[in-house]
Design a binder for this molecule. Structure first.
Ligand code: CMP
Length: 136
C-alpha cells in the first residue's frame, strides 16, 4: 500500500548564508524526495514565535526565534513515501555533533542552533507547518 506523505522542510539562515541551498536540495532529491513547492523568504520574529510556539517554555526559545528570523530561509514541501520519517533520518540528530555520517546536519550543521535544516516531527505537525507557510 502506498504511503505517500508530505512534510515541511526549512533550509535555515546559516545554510542559506553559506550558499548551501542547492547542495541540500540535491541531498533530498537523491533520496527520492520531490520538492512540491518552495519559496525563499525572510520572516519576522513574531512569525518565528508562532512557528516555534511548541517550544515557547524552553530556555532557547527567544534565541531560536531571533535566529530563524535573522536572514533568508528556504521553505519547501517535500513529498515521498514516509516523507516525515525519511526527512528526519536524512537530517540527522538535532545536535550536529550527534548526527550520523551521511546526514545533512552532520555534513553542514555548525551547532545545535545553526543546524542548517528543520523538518516536521510528525504527520500531524507536517500538515500544520505546511499550512503555516503555504496556505493561500
Ligand atoms: P529544529 O528541528 O528546527 O526545532 C527546534 C530547534 O531548536 C532545533 O531544531 C534546534 O536548532 C533548536 N535548539 C536549540 N537548543 C536546543 C536544545 N537544547 N534542544 C533542542 N533544540 C534546540
Amino acid at each position: 500500500m502506498s504511503n505517500t506523505e508530505q512534510t515541511l522542510s526549512i533550509i535555515k539562515p546559516d545554510a542559506v548564508e553559506r550558499n548551501l541551498e542547492n547542495e541540500i536540495k540535491e541531498m533530498f532529491k537523491n533520496k527520492g524526495f520531490v520538492i512540491v513547492k518552495e519559496k525563499k523568504i525572510q520572516i519576522e520574529k513574531s512569525e518565528a514565535e508562532k512557528f516555534y510556539k511548541v517550544h515557547e517554555t524552553k530556555p532557547f526559545y527567544n534565541d531560536l526565534c531571533t535566529y530563524l528570523s535573522s536572514g533568508p530561509i528556504v521553505v519547501m514541501i517535500l513529498e515521498k513515501e514516509s516523507a516525515v520519517l525519511g526527512n528526519r533520518e536524512l537530517m540527522g540528530a538535532t545536535n550536529p555533533t550527534d548526527a550520523e555520517e551521511g546526514t545533512i546536519r552532520k555534513k553542514y550543521g555548525i551547532s545545535i542552533d545553526k543546524n542548517s535544516v528543520h523538518g516536521s516531527d510528525s504527520v500531524d505537525n507536517a500538515k500544520i507547518e505546511i499550512d503555516f507557510f503555504f496556505k493561500d
